[in-house]
Write a new protein. Structure first.
Ligand SMILES: Cc1ncc(C[n+]2csc(CCOP(=O)(O)OP(=O)(O)O)c2C)c(N)n1
Length: 687
């Protein structure tokens, strides 16, 4: 029920938001970092925020400072981020105004989200997915307030609804009937692009295509309409546990951002039209209508304005971040630091690499109810196109192991939401060549979450990616992606070459609180490619775990040859390990092969040690060579080991072609092999 007290409280927030906007505008020199404010959008934002419970999750977008006020944040706290101060409670001075993240138990929780429009719908829908799972397993991790279950609110501008990721998120929310409200604020502008220019329909009409997404529409400048609409939507989602969309029409009274100012692209008529819907005078009139005295209203106005100014001065005086902290929180610390358990238990059988991965996941899922596995075709019917997840759905139920639609962005990005709830998603994209639709979420949301939330929201997830060329897989099922992945900072990349490593590393990846990509070579899965029999190994015991970032010497050179300067080392990973070993057969005792096993973090210590020992090195990879990880590593080796090198660092990768051709002879012509590797070894030895 709307009471005069609620109206007065809303008015207080509203004048506070306006005073903040005015203060920022009046102090442009001080407020030098780009920011947007909620001017015009306040009524719907306050109506949403004021009705949320501390057990809920809300994802405000960059224009939602009124949501932030209404869930209890002080102007001071928001201003610390505006001015990128050390004490900024969200990002420690790393991200823009109104890019919050919070684990404060007294208010709704907020995961980190990027500035990329619409992208937050996926991690935020992942939260609702996680809540549904916690409900299903009756987990103690599910918070509630007086028996009321949590919901998720995802706020976004109407302009962002045209992004493909928004469709993926809504599709999933509707399919699974998740407890989430998409709150869309429609100010008719998408920076300078007008609604007529860039969309065929507004979010309300668009949502009609998602059967099962209950829709509301309201005048988002009218506090009463907004409050009542949000009350209905919240009640529906909270009790029915179903998805909803609220489309609120609002004026845009401020600038797009402090940098892109309204006068650059909006006409006088347009500004006047929007001005006539200003929610603030409307709410003021309402207060008088319900009998609140003028002097009470004036007192609220005065108090709010004074508080904003005082908070602004206080925030200004607050210390700057220490530049020495700039490298903190790239990753959360992993508990897995040492190799432990039995790698080669007595009487154990040999296992294929694909089964080693499967068994690792099975053992994880048996032990940890928070572990889930999803992706395309990993569910019960098939168990993965490589049978890499076979039997898991039958064993653990299709609430824990299930097929998703063909939505790589959702598969990858949703894990941020699940992880925030303490769940541990392991997900899969079917082939490395199809990681790209999910790449955006990996870069934009997951990799930056720990860093930009100042360590509050590391995303603990494992992304399984079958990779690599063999047997005429063709241009879209053979590609290598490690260099592309390694340009992302804030993720770890693992590339095992045999079953024992796969099992131990999968366990370490699971326990790592950060995003870990497991690159799993399809040609090694079954050891079917001639020369890869060693990928099949004794199966390590259940307790075996192998930390990320530890390379392994898989072939040793003879001490005598090394001493005489007649040896060379090959630094490689994945299929390269087998090419190198095959090539080494022609140079007995002269070749030492280092299998990197993890590409990031990289075992630089062992790499440099080995290079210094031999003075001659070949960096070998399956990837197209130019601008690859292998080339970058070669440069690092040259710089670090310069005085120890007897020859130029050699690099060998695939030919620089846009794709791996399907014809077997063409495929072979593109990739390195034992002969081409052998030629390079011979060249190095001849120095
Ligand atoms: C993926 C992406 N593309 C482009 C931008 C640049 N950009 C920032 S805001 C914006 C317009 C968004 O309009 P809307 O969603 O309607 O929100 P509004 O700013 O009007 O509240 C654009 C294009 C971005 N942030 N992210």
């Amino acid at each position: 029920m709307l009471t005069p007290e609620i109206l007065l409280q809303a008015y207080k927030y509203m004048v506070t938001a306006k005073a903040m906007c005015d203060t920022y505008d009046a102090n442009k020199q001080v407020c030098k970092y780009v920011h947007s404010t909620s001017r015009g959008h306040e009524a719907i934002q306050l109506a949403a925020g004021m009705q949320l419970l501390p057990c809920d999750w809300v994802s405000p977008y960059y224009r939602d400072d009124s949501i932030m006020l209404s869930v209890g944040f002080q102007p001071y706290e928001l201003m610390l981020q505006l001015l990128a101060k050390k004490e900024d409670p969200f990002s420690g001075g790393r991200s823009y105004y109104c890019h919050p993240s919070s684990r404060d138990v007294n208010r709704p929780f907020i995961i980190h989200q990027s500035s990329a429009t619409g992208m937050q719908t996926i991690p935020t829908t992942g939260l609702a997915q996680g809540l549904q799972y916690l409900e299903k397993i009756q987990s103690e991790k599910l918070p509630s307030v007086n028996g009321q279950l949590p919901i998720v609110v995802c706020s976004l501008g109407d302009g962002s609804v045209t992004e493909g990721e928004v469709s993926e998120a809504m599709q999933f929310a509707v399919l699974k009937q998740l407890p989430i409200i998409y709150l869309v604020q429609d100010n008719q502008w998408s920076i300078s692009a007008s609604a007529e220019e860039v969309r065929a329909m507004n979010a309300y009409d668009f949502a009609a295509g998602f059967k099962g997404l209950k829709r509301w529409q309201c005048d988002g400048s009218d506090f009463i309409r907004s409050y009542e609409t949000m009350a209905e939507a919240i009640e529906y989602t909270r009790t029915e546990r179903k998805p909803a969309l609220v489309h609120a029409k609002v004026p845009l009274l401020g600038h797009h951002t402090s940098g892109v100012r309204r006068e650059f692209y909006r006409s006088r008529e347009d500004l006047l039209k929007h001005g006539s819907y200003d929610p603030l005078p409307k709410l003021r009139l309402l207060l008088i209508d319900v009998g609140i005295a003028e002097h009470t209203i004036s007192a609220v106005e005065k108090e709010a304005t004074e508080k904003v100014l005082a908070d602004f001065h206080r925030a200004q005086a607050s210390p700057e971040p220490d530049p020495a902290t700039v490298e903190e929180h790239v990753f959360a610390p992993t508990p897995v630091k040492e190799e432990k358990g039995q790698r080669t238990p007595r009487n154990a059988e040999k296992v294929l690499m694909v089964d080693a991965a499967l068994h690792a996941i099975e053992e994880i899922m048996e032990e940890f109810p928070e572990a889930l596995l999803y992706g395309q075709d990993v569910g019960a019917r098939l168990g993965g196109v490589f049978r890499e997840a076979a039997t898991l759905a039958d064993k653990f139920g299709d609430h824990r192991v299930f097929n998703t639609a063909i939505q790589e962005a959702y598969i990858v990005g949703s894990t941020a939401g699940l992880s925030a709830l303490g769940l541990k998603p392991m997900v899969e994209v079917q082939f490395a060549d199809y990681i790209y639709p999910g790449f955006n979420q990996l870069v934009t949301e997951l990799s930056k979450s720990c860093y930009l939330s100042n360590g509050k929201f590391p995303v603990g997830m494992v992304l399984r990616v079958p990779i690599g060329a063999y047997g005429g897989g063709g241009p879209y099922h053979s590609g290598s992606v490690e260099s592309t992945l390694l340009t992302i900072k804030g993720i770890k990349v693992v590339y095992p070459s045999n079953a024992a490593d796969m099992k131990g590393l999968m366990k370490a990846a699971y326990h790592d609180p950060n995003p870990v990509v497991m690159l799993e070579h399809k040609g090694l899965y079954w050891s079917k490619v001639p020369g890869t029999e060693d990928a099949k190994t004794i199966e390590p015991a259940k307790d075996y775990i192998l930390p990320l970032g530890k390379a392994n010497i898989v072939l040793q050179a003879e001490a005598g040859k090394v001493k005489k300067g007649e040896s060379v080392c090959v630094i490689t990973y994945g299929m390269g390990v087998y090419w190198a070993k095959a090539a080494a057969a022609n140079f007995p005792g002269q070749v030492e092969v280092l299998d990197l096993r993890t590409l990031h973090p990289l075992d630089e210590e062992q790499i440099f040690q080995l290079v210094k020992k031999h003075g001659k090195v070949l960096v070998l990879s399956e990837e197209q060579q130019n601008n690859s990880f292998a080339e970058a590593l070669a440069l690092r080796i040259s710089n670090q080991c310069y005085h120890f090198l007897d020859a130029r660092v050699e690099v060998l990768g695939s030919l620089n072609l846009p794709a791996v051709p399907i014809n077997l002879a063409l495929e072979a012509a593109m990739l390195p092999n034992a002969t081409t590797v052998g030629n390079r070894i011979a060249k190095l030895l001849a120095y």
